[in-house]
Design a protein around this ligand. Structure first.
Ligand code: FAD
Ligand code: SIN
Length: 518
């Protein structure tokens, strides 16, 4: 099938949905999402969204906290813009129908997380993301100009390459004409021609064995831009969340929000002793990179595969009412957090790098925008401050929408684009070729390109990734395309980019830490 749409949106998390709502009064919007509409990292966000809402906090403090966490390589102009825009974007979320908790006096009830000098995290209990996703999906459903299509897997961006021209990263003026997408119901690959396209495909946590991100987080948008020869940035900065619930058989790993440490929970070693004082004066509330490395080190010293988070001293009612999802989940696993310490370990959580965009959300490819976790705006630098990503997603969805609305009247459809050609492809009947390679990839990345790296580990990862890249391209060139094969190719592309950029960074900064650079 062929479709013409004014605004093509790939992804239905906070970035894609909030952008769609903004552009919808200016043309026909089509949102493609690869499984069901609500599935994505947004739904699992617990802690909340950071914003300065009252005079007892200040923009300057939030700006400073963001710059400090980013370890000196944030783009200051971007940080200032994002933080100053935050209250306006929060008001819009509330207008769309999103609820944030309030105190008895009617003020937003604010939490605090690692790296924040003030209580400034708006939240909805400990399930903020689910509430945001619910509110936005409802608003989207109510808008007559937006069509949301589930089970549509975007495979590749359409550029001059598909018109038979040679496109390299040095080709000037690469343009995006839309995307090809695999329809999971018909098994056909459809052609979506668009005036402008927004990538809002989220993160890539599944490059690693243990991740808090859902299984859909396979770096598809980043990999598509890589194949289309667009510019990517800062991929070496992979954020590991210090406290995922240690429950080895569970995928994705369940998150224990940093807000629990904000409420007083304390990290303890395998023997139940506090240890963070050895690493940072801010102890359990130090920025995430420092805490994750400290936990990794303590686990390695003791030869154990988890440590503990102790919340037993916190008022029982505050624990149960403030963190109902965590309380219920832990109980399900036989842990009563009011009486037992919570076994935790770090897990891949967030990709700070991605598709490079300017302040209007424009990528290096003409008519292609990106917002949310797949983008790299310069806000996070070397390490994202907690709860700044939902904020970044709404701010950049807004900026991209404003820019796209202005441009769209002057753009036409590129009707010369051919449909996808699957001639001569055969059905790959050996799923093991995909599943085993995915496992290998995740082990390579977890062991060699994880929280602590070295030149030798990165070299080994690079050599092994090369081999699985060649094997998988060979499979791709002769197989009928499936979601699983496409995701595997995307994960390999992301792993390659992370490793390549990690090798190129010759300093320990933010989330990139190598024992050879100490
Ligand atoms: P997502 O919400 O991940 O959505 C991606 C969308 O893209 C999905 O709809 C998916 O189906 C679609 N998609 C992907 N590939 C394709 C494809 N090929 N074709 C079609 N569709 C595709 N951040 C905070 O600021 N505060 C928090 O408290 C917080 N807590 C978190 C807790 C957890 C457990 C996790 C995992 C993350 C948390 N984060 C938090 C990070 C934050 O949730 C994410 O960065 C943010 O939600 C990303 O939003 P997004 O719209 O970019 O992507
Ligand atoms: C958390 O709730 O700890 C996650 C917050 C975030 O990732 O920003």
């Amino acid at each position: 099938m062929r479709y013409n749409v004014d605004f093509l949106v790939i992804g239905s998390g906070i970035a894609g949905l909030s952008y769609a709502l903004k552009v919808a009064d200016h043309g026909k919007v089509c949102i493609l999402t690869k499984t069901n509409a609500s599935e994505g990292s947004t739904k699992y966000a617990q802690g909340g969204i950071a914003a300065v809402m009252y005079d007892d906090d200040s923009f300057d403090k939030h700006i400073q906290d963001t710059l400090i966490a980013g370890d000196g390589i944030c783009n200051r102009e971007v940080v200032e813009m994002t933080i100053r825009e935050a209250p306006e974007r929060i008001k819009e979320l509330v207008q769309y129908g999103v609820n944030f908790d309030k105190d008895r006096g009617g003020r937003f009830d604010l939490h605090r997380e690692g790296g924040h000098s003030e209580f400034r995290i708006l939240h909805h209990k400990d399930n903020t993301g689910a509430e945001i996703e619910r509110g936005l999906l409802q608003a989207v459903a109510d808008h007559p100009n937006i069509e949301l299509k589930e089970n549509q897997f975007a495979i590749d961006l359409i550029t001059q390459h598909h018109l038979g021209q040679r496109v390299t990263k040095h080709t000037p003026g690469i343009e995006c004409y839309g995307a090809y997408a695999l329809n999971a119901d018909t098994h056909e690959i459809d052609t979506y021609l668009a005036k402008v396209t927004l990538l809002a495909t989220g993160g890539m946590g599944n490059v690693y064995t243990t991740t808090t991100t859902p299984i859909i987080s396979t770096g598809d948008g980043v990999a598509m831009v890589h194949r289309a020869r667009g510019v990517l940035k800062d991929m070496e900065f992979v954020q590991f969340h210090p406290t995922s619930l240690y429950n080895p058989s569970e995928k994705p790993a369940f998150l224990i929000t940093e807000a629990l440490r904000g409420a007083g929970a304390i990290l303890k070693d395998y023997n139940g002793n506090e240890f963070m004082g050895k690493y940072d004066p801010r102890q359990s509330l130090a920025p995430r990179d420092i805490v994750a490395r400290a936990i990794d080190n303590e686990m390695k010293i003791a030869g154990v595969d988890h440590l503990y988070l102790d919340a037993r001293h916190i008022d029982k009612r505050e624990l149960i009412n403030g963190f109902p999802t965590i309380y219920a989940k832990c109980l399900e696993c036989g842990i009563n957090i009011t009486k037992d310490m919570i076994p935790i370990r770090p897990a891949a959580h967030y990709q700070c790098g991605g598709i490079e965009v300017n302040m209007a959300g424009e990528s290096s490819i003409k008519n292609l925008y990106a917002a949310g976790e797949c983008s790299c705006t310069g806000l996070h630098g070397g390490n994202r401050l907690a709860s700044n990503s939902l904020l970044e997603a709404v701010v950049y969805a807004h900026n991209a929408a404003m820019a796209a609305i202005e441009k769209v009247p002057s753009i036409g459809y590129c009707q010369a684009v051919p449909d996808w050609n699957a001639e001569g492809m055969v059905l790959n009947e050996e799923m093991v070729l995909i599943t085993q390679t995915k496992k290998e990839l995740q082990e390579i990345m977890s062991n060699y390109v994880g929280i602590v790296r070295s030149d030798l580990r990165l070299q080994r990862a690079f050599d092994r990734l090369n081999l699985i890249f060649r094997e998988t391209e060979d499979l791709y060139n002769r197989s009928v395309l499936t979601e699983e094969l496409s995701e595997l190719r995307n994960l390999i592309a992301c792993a390659y980019l992370i490793t390549k950029m990690a090798r190129a960074r010759r300093e320990n900064r933010g989330l990139h830490y190598s024992i050879d650079l100490i």
